[in-house]
Design a protein around this ligand. Structure first.
Ligand code: MG
Length: 164
């Protein structure tokens, strides 16, 4: 596989967790009393995944493609944003190789939902669940996100040429 046939991308997202909002992360609704605040459903995991694949394909970012000033995306299901992002990546001739995700929060527990989240994101990205990895990280009580105030997500991905 030549260097021209693979690309890497990096995604990052951060959302405040607010009492009473549904806790939608990684395309799942997690059982938790607070959820990510956002113009869409606030799914920081899918937003960071979308930014990683868009970045790898040289397609700007989620905020540029789907502006939060656009009422069409008010309360939007982030799975839809990710599917639309993937369609643009595919149209450039790229497909997803693998995705590795770190979810840093002291809000909802991630570990019990890792398997389901991998399956869900794999389904959205049209790859096998073992091409998706999900890691939950505590914040060790440090910083503004400690105590469940928010969720931060980092994602790296690899794309390869459809015909490679
Ligand atoms: Mg976001």
């Amino acid at each position: 596989m030549s260097a021209e046939s693979i690309r890497t991308g990096l995604g990052f997202d951060l959302h405040r967790l607010v009492e009473g909002r549904p806790c939608i992360l990684g395309g799942l609704e997690l059982p938790y009393s607070a959820g990510p605040l956002g113009h869409s459903d606030g799914d920081a995991v899918l937003h960071a995944v979308a930014d990683a694949i868009l970045g790898a394909a040289g397609l700007d970012d989620l905020g540029t493609l789907f502006p939060d000033t656009d009422a069409a995306w008010q309360g939007a299901d982030s799975a839809r944003l990710l599917r639309e992002s993937l369609a643009r990546v595919h149209s450039k001739g790229w497909v997803v190789g693998n995705v590795d995700i770190v979810i840093a929060t002291e809000g909802p527990r991630i570990a019990p939902h890792r398997t389901a989240m991998r399956a869900r994101i794999g389904d959205l990205l049209q790859v096998a669940p073992d091409a998706i990895n999900v890691k939950g990280k505590s914040l060790e009580g440090l910083g503004a996100l400690a105590g469940g105030e928010g969720v931060a997500v980092q994602v790296v991905c690899l794309l390869h040429r459809r015909d490679a």
